[in-house]
Design a binder for this molecule. Sequence first.
Ligand code: ADP
Ligand code: MG
Length: 249
Amino acid sequence: MNIHEHQAKAVLAEFGVAVPRGYAAFTVDEAVEAAKKLGTPVFVVKSQIHAGGRGKGRFEGLGPDAKGGVRVVKTVDEVKANAEEMLGRVLVTHQTGEKGKQVNRLYIEEGAAIARELYLSLLVDRETSRVSVVASTEGGMDIEEVAHATPEKIITFSIDPATGVFPHHARHLASALNLKGALAKEAAVLLGQLYEAFMAKDMAMLEINPLIVTEDEHLRVLDAKVSFDSNALYRHPEIVELRDTSEED
Ligand code: ADP
Ligand code: MG
């Protein structure tokens, strides 16, 4: 079972993870309201569908030169125009199949100044019952592509749930992502927060792609995809509630 990006970010924020500010919008008016509330110099209008590859996706019925499912704009008027174009339209990405998915909600988020895009995911290794951490400096691309083209750029290690996160895990992560000094410390804090969220919510997979280094040298979770084991759901009515509001779109 999956939840939307904005819901995943809200769950992570509960655990102290730094995510950009943003508001979900189901209508053009709500998108405009969201942009006004944000009041930032750059807005990102993000299609909320249960599939990745939105940025490089294509909307049906728009020309090949039209922008994809994630749009960076600078004014409230542009948020409005893009929301009008995107809401109700079918977005086709390499993960949706040819039929695509209709965009019924948007996430209006503050724009981040990106210096580097990294990849980080946590998943349950069923064979060992450990949590595998997968990290790469090659963020913003499909991890499958990276695995195919440059497998040496993917670093994995695992965490034993019996003992949890140790400082050597954090050091391993920082070195895998080529983060030093204050950024390495942020990576250590982030790993602890993500691991705590992962365990507390019985996640099966948590993928952050990209995790970014901002121009002012901080880590930010820019995209988050969470899936849950259906067995875990009865312990988490709050997640079942999210599912009930997100299953249809
Ligand atoms: P998807 O993986 O479905 O394409 P992402 O959320 O990863 O969607 O967005 C695609 C790309 O858009 C990111 O790799 C990043 O470069 C850019 N992007 C996404 N959110 C923001 C943001 N808040 N600020 C600036 N750029 C963003
Ligand atoms: Mg992404």
